[in-house]
Structure formats: structure tokens, C-alpha cells
Design a protein around this ligand. Structure first.
Ligand code: GTP
Ligand code: MG
Length: 195
């Protein structure tokens, strides 16, 4: 897809009403610091449209990016960030759940997992939530440039096993640095929009 325009259109806080969009939505979920905002920038060819940070917990809102006036990318707040209170963490969970549950325009969910690590209990819970809400998430394994090539297949297998993925679930290794995986992700998005 040729990205002609991309802009942050709606920012939803914990108590905000979700927008009543009439364009299809594609959501990106994953723990804090896994690379959600970097992936969105990579897909949109923008350096810093979605704010990224080495400090986890940067995106604490649900951010809707209007792409080509044709679809929305939805940057979900990262979970599992240890430094916020239990209360705030519970609110994030509720917000994500509310979004997954009540979004008629949500067409695809990407769940991001750091390719270097075995998924956490929070990752497993997030995967189960997505599946329980009726979606077939695609797993994007981020930070591909940080491991040796010879490690890739082994790590993908560990992630598949730990999340206990539904057979046939697509996994795409991605690097925001080299952009490896970008075309494959766009192909999936275009397929989804065509359905
Ligand atoms: P929150 O907003 O806190 O939930 O984080 P996020 O998931 O949006 O992560 P973000 O995109 O801000 O990235 C976190 C850190 O990881 C930043 O320092 C990024 O530069 C780095 N990062 C993200 N993706 C990659 C990647 O593919 N390769 C490498 N080497 N670094 C990455
Ligand atoms: Mg972010």
C-alpha cells in the first residue's frame, strides 16, 4: 500500500468514549516496550508519528491513526509495565478489553511479542482475550535484528508453544530497524481489507 496520508486522529484515555468510526480498524497489542509504536511508524514510513520511547509505558492511551482516509491503525496501551500501580494496570486491562469487545470496525488484531523472550503470563492472557473475543490474531515477533539468524526458528517455536497458538496461526518476524517483515504485514492488512 502506498501511504499518502497518516495522522493521529483520536486519543482515548481510560474513561473516554471510544470513537464511532466507520472505517476498518487494525489494532496492535503487546506489552510495554515490545515495539508497537515503532511498528506503526515502520508501516507508515514515518520516523516519529507514533511516539516511541526506550522508557516503557509511553503509550497509555488508545491512539487511532487515520491512514489514507481508508483505515485506522489502533495503537493499544502496552501492558505489563511494572512501574505503574496495580490499580492503573487494571484500568488499562479494562480499557483494552472494552475496545476488543465493543469495536464493530475492528477487522484484525496483531499481537506483538519480543522475539528474544519466551512470552509472559500477560502475553498469554492477552492472546487468550483476543481469541475469546472472536479474533484470529497474527503474531508479530519484534526486534528481529537483535537475535542471530540461526536463533530465529527456535525462538518462533518457543513462542508458538508458550502461547499455545491455534494451529495455522500466522507468525511474522519483524524488525523496525531493517524493515524486514514489513511487506508481509502490509499484504495481510490488504487481504483483510479486501474481505
Ligand atoms: P509502549 O508505548 O511503552 O507500550 O511501547 P511500544 O510497544 O510502543 O514500544 P516502542 O515502539 O516505543 O519501542 C520501545 C523501544 O524498543 C524503543 O527504544 C525502540 O527504538 C525499540 N525498538 C522497537 N522495535 C525495535 C526493533 O525492531 N529493533 C530494535 N533494535 N529496537 C526496536
Ligand atoms: Mg507505544
Amino acid at each position: 500500500m502506498i501511504v499518502k496520508s497518516a495522522e493521529l486522529e483520536t486519543v482515548c484515555g481510560i474513561t473516554s468514549k471510544l470513537p464511532d468510526n466507520d472505517l476498518p480498524e487494525i489494532a496492535f497489542a503487546g506489552k510495554s516496550n515490545v515495539g508497537k509504536s515503532s511498528l506503526i511508524n515502520g508501516l507508515l514510513n514515518r520516523k516519529s508519528l507514533a511516539r516511541t520511547s526506550a522508557q516503557p509505558g509511553k503509550t497509555q492511551t488508545i491512539n487511532f491513526y487515520n491512514v489514507n482516509k481508508n483505515l485506522y491503525f489502533v495503537d493499544l496501551p502496552g501492558y505489563g509495565y511494572a512501574k505503574v500501580s496495580v490499580e492503573i494496570r487494571a484500568k488499562w486491562g479494562k480499557m483494552i478489553e472494552r475496545y476488543l469487545h465493543g469495536s464493530p470496525q475492528l477487522k484484525k488484531v496483531f499481537l506483538l511479542i519480543d522475539i528474544r523472550h519466551v512470552p509472559s503470563e500477560n502475553d498469554c492472557m492477552m492472546y487468550d482475550w483476543i481469541v475469546d473475543n472472536g479474533y484470529e490474531p497474527v503474531i508479530i515477533c519484534t526486534k528481529l535484528d537483535k537475535i542471530k539468524r540461526s536463533q530465529v526458528q527456535k525462538n518462533l517455536k518457543l513462542i508458538r508453544e508458550k502461547l499455545d497458538l491455534v494451529p495455522g496461526t500466522t507468525m511474522i518476524p519483524f524488525s523496525a530497524q531493517t524493515k524486514q517483515g514489513r511487506d508481509e504485514i502490509w499484504n495481510l492488512i490488504e487481504e483483510t481489507l479486501a474481505q
